[in-house]
Design a protein around this ligand. Sequence first.
Ligand SMILES: Nc1nc2c(ncn2[C@@H]2O[C@H](COP(=O)(O)OP(=O)(O)OP(=O)(O)O)[C@@H](O)[C@H]2O)c(=O)[nH]1
Length: 424
Amino acid sequence: MLTRHRLLIADNSIFFRDALAQTLMSQIQGLQVDSVKNCAGGKQLLAQNQGEYMAVISGLVLEDAAAGAMLDLAAEYKIPAIALTSSLDRETRQLVMDRDVIDYFFKDQDGLEGIISLIRRLISNRKHKVLVVDDAPTYCAYLSALLERQQYQVVVAHTGEQAVDILGRRSDISMVMMDYQLPGMSGYDVIRIIRKQYSSTELPIIGISGQTDQQIPAQILKCGANDFMYKGFTVEEFYSRINNMMDLLLSVRELKDAAYKDFLTGMPNRQYFYPAADALIAQLGTETGELGFVMMDIDFFKQVNDRYGHSIGDEVLKVVANCIRTESQRNALMARLGGEEFCLLTRGVSDSDLLARMDKLRALISDTEIAISGKSLKVTLSMGICMRKDETLEDLMAQADQALYTAKEDGRNKVVVYQSQSSF
Ligand SMILES: Nc1nc2c(ncn2[C@@H]2O[C@H](COP(=O)(O)OP(=O)(O)OP(=O)(O)O)[C@@H](O)[C@H]2O)c(=O)[nH]1
């Protein structure tokens, strides 16, 4: 479902207002923009639509109010404010920075592009949690307020032990801001512990220090932090460093997605699957937990391509992948191994449960009417299952493959469980 976001623009120039609103709406999906020419109009909309606006973009000077009035109004409603200005002399810059604005832009083409990327960033920031680690509650509150103004979600820890505990329990933290001087476990120790679990591109850490000792940044960076700031930073420096770090994180995630996700179905690909499956099997170690491997293959898929064309074949692959995803999500590692072949590795699912779930999936696919470009078709899926303990991935796959071969030989649209020679 598309999430909707709403913005308020206030500016004297109808030309700039309209250009900005149109460009933003055309470039950012799901964005709704209201625009007003003065502070009175802005005041009315803010009162009418409380809790609706993700940001206010306002000219510094509006025709009916003192300079910066609309930005102050946005701050009263706790809405991030972005200033528009035609000049940036020392006095104007001070006027902007004295307010709770998250950024300022010139009213020109560069400014327009800057605003678009900032709004995109704010929308993206909403999905990210930053862990702030500082023993001083007032400083924690200050950092949290700065981060929340950029729409980040904030999680707070007051000691190193708390930070380690939070990161051990939840993997949804995107970045850590860490004061190095903490009671008990030091910031250095915490960073070293974090780095054993997460690399610097998986979880960026920005070290912070209230002391001006020049040894501190070097030591923090050597322990594994990505960046460092002294507590006397300016707001612009703070946002630049945070945003640079978030850009790095997102670029790495994009690269990983491109390398490990099948571009057609969005499922993990074989490059992702093999090491992840090896790790899952190794984790099992001496534990006595059931391990199941399912090899799946769409029946007569060549005929689908031959009869309906390759692009419809692609759509069929997506539909089948979605069925596999929704029916197999619990305790499973799944992948598109290639072509019309998918696989599933389960852990801790009993033999009878796995067989029942796979048969339900088989029935779901054979019953699904796939409607594409005015055509309607059905496909079936054959599956081979191997349910064993103490097997290597290679053995599991070979045995499931053998069972899949039997399912195809027996007429397809079947789930066959591998039987070892000794059980005959
Ligand atoms: N549309 C589409 N077709 C693909 C893709 N990858 C592989 N194929 C096709 O999948 C078909 C697989 O055909 P076969 O291996 O002969 O198997 P089958 O027709 O499914 O027959 P059985 O497996 O024996 O039931 C080939 O025609 C491939 O070209 C893809 O990404 N998109």
